[in-house]
Design a protein around this ligand. Structure first.
Ligand code: AGP
Length: 610
């Protein structure tokens, strides 16, 4: 979603802002803009399309500035156009960039129109610029005007504001959308994400809900939601610049697929010994709490939701703990019955997904007594995200930065964390030992799956002219089929649906003919014979089958069926290993179709609005 960068320095900040925007491109956007303050002038430049289009415009008419804000916009209110791109300006003196949605913008716009303000865009953000301008008239102080303005806003926002008449001051504030303060030497910055500022600083302050920061190149002051000046800790980012760069890979997605053996190893190391899981690497307090868990609710969105669906099979079969998995966007608007001693688990790569955060806040609002949850646990990839800061317990997926919009290594490491949680809750020491041994082999198994890359690249050519695809799986492979279908549709724009293979004859079989590719996931497990029967049903209707199976499955390539030979993987860990070829398939189909793999149309990496 929208990305914000801002800077106050003693040097020209235009290249800093431009590089920051490039580093925020992964979030998804459709236009970009920048406002620079210099010599009593406010210069705004905006462009539809890529950040490069903005860079080209800036290069045509360079106007350096020591103070500036910049933005990548992901359209919500109003179409993709230059007039709707940020920054929005009021009275030629105030410039604002915004990430989030102002829900009460319509009544505010009416009021401002009556006061004489003219609107040039269809956005919700433009009201913020005019409101600040109107309040600035009262106090003459930009920070006070911003504070008075946000008190009138309903919705979510991260805002960065500059004023032509205050040539070194940037005011930024957040509520419901992420914002970090970058602390430099003789210069200060704000951004939606630390990645934007890594070339200029490693020291960050993670602003909290309701915080407002007033910064110049010399100093910064943070004021919390109650109006009190506060100190927030400065934390050094451990992220390397290269971790957020593509290196020799053609796309971030491919790099991230290939990083999975390492990401998985980093996720279990220190948590799994030779014969046990979380034997020592957990506080006594957390262990006591988790030992009391009798029920689990998992809430997440998109790919993260699919990880939860796999975990339900594990938690119920292995730990015998009943588990309910729900989409955050549904959960947050219903009135769920919470069983006694129920753990509320959120899954999120970004830790900033608006629906997941809202679901967590709702769960917390129920308290810990009757009708409430025992505790909340976040399984997350971003250490300083809102989700981790607001949850009682945190289990980090050590996937490292995931830049491609399509989630890959975050998903497989989420699965591993959920398996570690299941293993810890598993009562049998023997079963825990067996699982620990298998986890030690996981990275090697995934490396062997990656060897199929070339074969899958060839296979992908058969999908380029297809309009639809069906994915089938049973048991824990059903959510993996859902994940495979989601990957294919989000980056190759090919319509794909997943079904539990047993559901085929209850409707989707009507779609099957010789033009319909059907992708099945069929490792040797308890469901295999049933899956084979379902595959026969497809063949009998002329459907073309592509099956991911291991040798023990006894499936062979023949007329109408192509079998991709997977290495043997332990049955419990198979959902993790079988995800990888589906990621590669989606990737190669997208490359063959020439779509924008890392930033697919209309999608955002971090979905910070509802
Ligand atoms: C994954 O490929 C998707 N881009 C998307 O479904 C994503 O998983 C979802 O938006 C949830 O994001 P989160 O994990 O950051 O909360």
């Amino acid at each position: 979603m929208c990305g914000i960068v801002g800077a106050s320095a003693q040097r020209n900040v235009e290249p800093i802002l431009l590089e920051g925007l490039r580093r925020l491109e992964y979030r998804g956007y459709d236009s970009a803009g920048m406002a620079l303050v210099n010599d009593g002038a406010l210069d705004r430049t905006r462009a539809v399309g890529k950040v490069q289009a903005l860079a080209d415009k800036l290069a045509e008419a360079p106007r350096p500035g020591v103070l500036g804000i910049a933005h990548t916009r992901w359209a919500t209110h109003g179409g993709v156009s230059e007039t709707n791109a940020h920054p929005h300006v009021s009275s030629s003196r105030i410039a604002v960039v915004h990430n989030g949605i102002i829900e009460n913008f319509e009544p505010l716009r009416e009021r401002l129109r009556e006061a004489g303000y003219e609107f040039t865009s269809q956005t919700d953000t433009e009201v913020v610029a005019h409101l600040i301008d109107s309040h600035l008239g009262d106090s003459g102080d930009l920070a006070t005007a911003v504070r008075t303005t946000v008190d009138e806003l309903d919705g979510a926002y991260a805002l960065a504001v500059v004023c032509r008449d205050d040539p070194h001051t940037l005011v930024a504030t957040r509520s419901g959308s992420p914002l970090v303060l970058g602390v430099g030497i003789g210069e200060h910055f704000v951004a939606s994400d630390v990645a934007a500022l890594l070339p200029v600083t490693r020291d960050f302050i993670y602003l909290e809900e309701g915080d407002l920061v007033v910064l110049t190149h010399e100093r910064y002051t943070i004021i919390d939601g109650s109006g009190a000046e506060v100190d927030r800790p400065v934390k050094e980012s451990g992220l390397s610049l290269s971790a957020t760069e593509k290196g020799s890979y053609r796309h971030f997605m491919l790099k991230e697929i290939y990083e999975q053996p390492r990401a998985l190893a980093e996720t279990w190391q220190g948590r799994v010994s030779a014969d046990d899981i979380f034997a020592s690497s957990i506080s006594a307090e957390a262990r006591e709490l988790l030992d009391g868990v009798e029920y689990i609710h998992i809430v997440a969105c998109g790919t993260s939701h699919h990880a939860g669906l796999v975990a339900r099979y594990w938690l119920e079969a292995m730990a015998r703990i009943p588990c309910n998995v729900e989409l955050a966007s549904e959960y947050r608007y219903r009135d769920p019955v919470v069983p006694k001693n129920c753990l509320f688990v959120t899954l999120s790569q970004s830790g900033e997904t608006a629906d997941t955060l809202a679901a967590l806040r709702y769960a917390k609002s129920l308290g810990t007594g009757d009708g409430g949850y025992l505790a909340t646990l976040a399984i997350c990839n971003k250490p300083e995200s809102s989700l981790t800061r607001e949850s009682d317990l945190v289990l980090m997926t050590h996937a490292g930065p995931e830049i491609g919009v399509a989630s890959t290594k975050a998903f497989t490491t989420q699965l591993l964390c959920l398996l570690l949680l299941t293993g810890m809750l598993e009562r049998s020491a023997d079963d825990r030992r067996a699982l620990a041994e298998e986890i030690h082999q996981l990275a090697t198994s995934v490396e062997r799956v990656l060897e199929l890359d070339n074969a899958i690249r060839h296979l992908a050519e058969e999908f380029v002219d297809k309009d639809h695809a069906l994915f089938l799986g049973r048991g824990p492979m059903y959510p993996i089929a859902m994940e495979g279908a989601l990957k294919l549709k989000e980056i190759s724009y090919l319509h794909a649906e997943a079904y539990a293979a047993g559901e085929l004859k209850h409707g989707p079989l009507a779609l099957v003919d010789e033009k319909m590719p059907v992708i099945a996931i069929a490792p040797k497990n308890d469901w295999l014979e049933k899956v084979k029967s379902n595959l026969q049903e497809v063949r009998a209707r002329g459907g073309k089958l592509y099956v991911f199976a291991d040798a023990a499955s006894g499936l062979d390539t023949g007329p109408g069926i192509t079998v991709l030979d997977m290495p043997h993987v332990d049955e419990t860990l198979a959902p993790i290993a079988y995800t990888v070829p589906l990621q590669l398939l989606a990737y190669h189909v997208a490359v063959a179709k020439g779509t924008d793999v890392d930033q697919p149309r209309n999608l955002a990496k971090s979905v910070t609005v509802e």
